[in-house]
Write a new protein. Sequence first.
Lengths: 471, 118, 234
Amino acid sequence: MINLQEPQEQFQHDADRTTADEPRRAAVRKALGNYQIARGKTENAFASWQHARDAAATIKYEGVNHLDQYLREFEEKFTARGGKVFWASNSAQAREYILNLARERGVKSIVKSKAMTSEEIHLNDALEKDGYHVIESDLGEFIQQLKHEPPYHFVFPCMHLKRDEISALFERELGSAKTDSPEELTMIARRVLRQHYINADMGISGGNFIVAETGMISITENEGNARLTTALPKIHVALIGIEKIVPRLADLSLFLPMLATAGTGQQLTCYNSMYGGPRLPGEVDGPEEFHVVLLDNHRTRLLADAEQRDALHCIRCGACLNVCPIFKNIGGHAYGTTYQGPIGSVITPHYRGLQDWKHLSGASSLCGACTEACPVKIDIHHHLLQNRRNAVAEKKVWWEKLIWFGFRHLMKRPWAYKLAIRLAPVGQLFHPFVYGTELDPVQSWTKTRDFPEAATQSFHDWWRERKGARK
Amino acid sequence: MWARALKEKVTFHDGCHGLRELGTKEAPRELLRAVKGLELVEMGEAESCCGFGGMFAVKYPQISTAMAEVKCNSIVETGVDYVVSNDSSCLMQIQGYLSRHSPRVVKSLHLAEVLAQQ
Amino acid sequence: MNPLSPNGDREAVLGRISEALREEAPRHHETPTKPAPSGLTAPFREWLPPVGKTRKEQIALFAKQSEGLKTEFHECASPEAAAKYLADLAKKGHWKTLALHKGALTDAVAGWLPETLTLLRIDDGYQKEVLETCDAGFTECESLVAQTGSVCITGRSSGGRALSVLPPHHVVIAHKTQIVTDLAAAYESLAEKYRDNYPSFISFITGPSRTGDIERILVLGAHGPKKLTVLLVP
């Protein structure tokens, strides 16, 4: 892989490579085709999926638009039960807090369950640099960690890998025997990880929801690795973005089924757990300490953009990735971001700089499949348009300006438009001389597709003639 | 152009604007079914974007073409001779890809072109 | 970096939030016009998958969901019958040790279990390594959710956090009266029981542990139990 300087150049380069990899594209298409079928069935079991979406959007709107109030409520309830809250403005503060905690408590071994926030702040690198042994326990994340690769999809981290690739990876890294059975591969990982849960003195998790009313965080998973990570080690640290708020505990009775439906097509994922403190008096087990790190890291920048604020309603189900034709064709790594797919293209410019990441909003046909799939009704594809508009308002692109200037003047003058229509077939006589070459003005079209032949008779003329003939 | 009352198989491509912005799914199909001698065959990827998307098609030609490939394979698989849509931009993309890559001739038609011949 | 106060950049983050919220955001959704029935916290439950009204229908739905989830669901005539069922499971699975916690139902069943099965009681603490080698964990629960086929457990009702997830087989025992319609009802009963004193851990278990991470193919027993058995007694 070549590392280019500019994110946009890197993106173009990676997209060239990944779109040429048809076997990988076909595998991703097949996996996501199965998701579509499962999701369709589960959605249909709802009395009304569309009303449920409105209800979910209403609750998220309430939470995000009173974020300060609800976060204070969460903090008060959570600390009253012995939990500790740390507010991090940026990734450095969050990393530093967790590193300090590990140092002070003499931690040696750390087990982690899936947390995209930890990818966002590059927590593993920081911990490993300080000499801690960190192991990812979610199967997909575990595989990606062994591969030294970031997750491909924020819900399905290794969906791009085939079983033989995983088997070869396990053979090399774990010394296991070759197998083509997903079950055996899963059991290999199970055996390896069991000991880690028992030995670890710190468990790090993410969190899907912050519940203000009862001072809890909620974690959704299928494997049980998060449950083990939060049950056995003596310290539990949860790293969560501030936007994950819901006002009431009962709100989860809507969000948990919706997250599962949109995320994987399940009615409910296997384990949905709410954590409201460390081990309390009278309880048999649980961590001695429970720390919640509330991460801002530019989320307040997006919050300040009222027009796009609802992008913070995202519950990270991954549905927009699963239906996105761009994602299906370029894959998750080409984005070069922590959060891939349509929602990633919306939020990354806010988190990491508009000019550096605006190309992701351009790299969309705006088909709207994402908006349709979103369980909390984020108007994703219009946000991509807003990013494009904002990027141009901030920094003009002269050649685009020139093109639109010409287009506008042509379309405003019927005589000019008609003339252009008449001239097009003439102009096209010269096209074959440069067709598909560097000199071709539409080369980026003609390289892979044929250019339409200009009709000798326009639809308008034809229609007029036809009407005359019918009279 | 094919004359009326011919036995023809067509498939319909849902343009994203029609389908998702305007919510038009059944109306064009009803019109097509009303055309004598015309058989409508649904393709697997009817609702998938063809990959045109305006400037996107030339700014990211590799992605746009990959999307067209998926769409057009789905069209060709149905065994039809014509693909109909009510979005001329999609048709430009689909025809452009098919005429370069399709193993057999499949032509694109605008819904208006089909209906106007009635 | 300046040393931060123990709770971090609290004031700065909260300050940015309230500053950001000064402008109102547009809504892209329809706000439900129907007001929430008084006292009920979940007005949206009518949009979720329908659940039967009678307990019989709800048990039937729980059984149907269990089948889809690959949970083994079994109705027993009495705690004694449940013990017999459990003893059969132990025999078939060649269990040596069953871990369990104190409780009215678990105790009622434990008395009938064969002496050849070693019981590990975890109420006064346990060693992680020992619990890990047990063949099964036997727990009570808070409720069974008909709509989703879920078992609601808490740290206080079900022997803590690990008993139900560390051993490879989790056996749950519940009274028929513990069947509730949906998640909202499960939360309501928790709120009623615990008021402001919730256990530190609440979990909805929906089937045995699973993963689809490899080629999206379902595999049971990823990290948690490979098997889940729910026994229902009158």
